[in-house]
Design a protein around this ligand. Structure first.
Ligand SMILES: [Zn+2]
Length: 314
């Protein structure tokens, strides 16, 4: 998709798009998309992201303690289906979510663009089908998986990073069985906006609302089964603190310099310090957010994250 030449909306094809604050915006379906400028930068970002390094240290101790709300919602959705399903998680990280599903009697597969995370999932968490890969097609070729293989494909907080949106959904469609289930989560562009740093290119290259998400899925022969939005305590205060940049970056660099990804038990006191700092921050944010959280939960479709379940049409 050469967006530098084509400025029509990748979802609805509308030619009336306008550029504002680093995003092209479709006037019809309200989808927002960035020009994919430097792919190499995007890739290196996923290999070096400090948040992921810290997560490895944390998850090395207790993998399932850090699952977020979308993982819980997806687990509930999958529990209503049959046992022994083939489930693939795109952007699986160290595989905490897949570990939980495996315990539930499912056959789990997945890949992550971050090599260290995929290796951690395979070697430390014992998830033998996990690999590092750049795309679903690339992963399936690597582990010799045929088309229409999976019962369920999940991807949490991934689609907003994807440069070629249509190709991404086409691949999901191709590797799902007829009637297969696609579960995803992504930031809801209908939330209260704080101009969050992470919601800009090269980190996020797409912003979705319910309308364009449904259009995108329908366009690729999926029907929308569930659409809901949710809030998590600590999200808004956490973003506010991140905006102020309170000594967080300095600490992150300390952790990065002293974190041994292959042996989290050897991780230094700096990592412990970072974890303690993160816990204190999280608790403080939790309390700060409580009134806002209760208010926001009364607003339909305004939650900061959307949770979507779609079914492949036969
Ligand atoms: Zn559009």
């Amino acid at each position: 998709m050469k967006l530098n030449k084509r400025k029509d909306c990748p979802i609805c094809g509308n030619l009336k798009v306008f550029y504002l604050d680093k995003f092209w915006r479709c006037s019809k379906c309200l989808y927002q998309f960035a020009d994919p400028q430097d792919k190499s930068f995007t890739k290196s970002y996923y290999q070096e992201d400090i948040g992921l390094l810290v997560q490895n240290v944390l998850e090395g101790k207790n993998p399932k303690a850090y699952l977020r709300k979308y993982a819980t919602l997806a687990t509930k959705t999958i529990e209503q289906l049959k046992k022994g399903l083939r489930i693939c998680d795109i952007g699986c990280g160290t595989g905490a979510f897949l570990l939980k599903l495996e315990e539930g009697g499912h056959k789990v597969y997945g890949y992550d663009i971050n090599r260290a995370q995929a290796e951690f999932a395979r070697k430390k968490n014992g998830l033998r089908h996990i690999r590092d890969a750049q795309s679903l097609r690339g992963y399936c070729r690597k582990v010799k998986i045929r088309r229409e293989f999976f019962d369920v494909i999940t991807c949490f907080e991934v689609i907003e990073h994807v440069l070629d949106l249509n190709k991404f959904i086409e691949e999901v469609y191709a590797y799902l069985k007829p009637g297969g289930i696609f579960i995803l989560s992504t930031p809801n562009n209908n939330r209260i906006q704080m101009h969050e740093k992470w919601d800009y290119p090269p980190i996020h290259v797409s912003r979705f609302k319910k309308m364009n998400m449904e259009l995108l899925l329908n366009k690729h022969n999926f029907t929308l089964k569930t659409f809901k939005t949710f809030n998590e305590l600590g999200y808004y205060s956490g973003n506010f603190i991140a905006k102020m940049n309170i000594s967080h970056n300095a600490l992150e660099h300390m952790v990065k310099a002293s974190t041994d990804i292959s042996s989290p038990q050897k991780s230094s006191r700096n990592a412990q310090l970072f974890m303690l700092f993160s816990k204190v921050k999280k608790t403080a944010c939790w309390f700060l957010d409580l009134p806002l959280y209760l208010f926001l939960n009364m607003q339909k479709e305004k939650g900061h994250t959307m949770f979507v379940v779609a079914k492949k049409i036969v």
